[in-house]
Design a protein around this ligand. Sequence first.
Ligand code: C2E
Ligand code: MG
Ligand code: MG
Length: 299
Amino acid sequence: HGQTPAELIKHADLAMYEAKSQGRAAWRFFEPRMAAAAYAALEMESRLARAVRDGEFVLHFQPQFALAAGAEATLVGVEALIRWQDPERGLVLPDAFIPLAEERRLILPIGRWVLAEALRCAVRWRDAGFAPGPVAVNVSTQEFQSPGFVEGVAQALRDSGARGDMLELELTERMLMEDVATVRAALLRLRAAGVRIAVDDFGTGYTSLAHLKHLPVDRLKIDRSFIADVPGDAGSVAIAGAIVNLGQRLHLQVLAEGVETEAQRAWVAAQGCDAQQGFLAGAPLPAAAFEAWLRARRG
Ligand code: C2E
Ligand code: MG
Ligand code: MG
């Protein structure tokens, strides 16, 4: 499996890596496809590093609407979603590059850019007289756990001239449940700056309800995998309904993610969900198109 000692060791290492990634306590022979996969990841990493350096990212924006009867047209917020404008491959969605960015720690500069850019847009919209509600920014575990994260957010707010309440941070359950005392302290400082905290993809992680009760969180976002199967699937109906109930009793806002059909919208509204986001009400749009849409709405 190698023509030189160095190559042999490198290939043995790839086989070991594969054995470890498949649950350890296992063995694997080297296969050429392992080298191909490792090479592809390496190439992707260098392209991603170039993307960071050359600023190849863009944000798309997806509106969030109220659900209460009579208030369905009220915009309650907007989520910023990153895309990579790769010169060779075109627009790349985050699921195709965020995991690698996390693995190679490129997520830190990417996250800083997302936050700054989202706030720049929010300030521009405010100054233009639109009131789209807070802009929601997705935060990855590594960013949240990096030293100085809270200070970085405060600095980004100052640099942009945005008020804290123009920003919502979307965290995941897993992030919130690690080292709860430290997390709670960080959330309290963000909250003191006016920043809102949402739990993204709620229902798919590992929330300890005992911990959730103590965390200063503003909003639960019901994961779209549950919304996809309501109102037809009894399991999803039970889970999504229970999340709405839990949120209401803990005095949290509840937003349904991924609402695609009128039947789903009617069902989440009937449950008493506060807000919805999804293709039915509006798909994510590039900044310019989103702004044009805001202008048209006002007019
Ligand atoms: P998410 O935060 O849960 O974002 C919602 C995803 O659902 C977005 O996918 C959005 O386009 C998609 N979506 C919205 N409405 C619907 C719908 O009605 N039906 C369906 N099937 N999908 C819908 P997207 O933009 O591909 O983002 C995927 C994930 O990538 C996000 O999930 C988020 O976890 C992550 N992500 C996006 N932007 C960032 C970022 O700036 N930083 C970090 N760290 N992660 C990000
Ligand atoms: Mg999100
Ligand atoms: Mg989500």
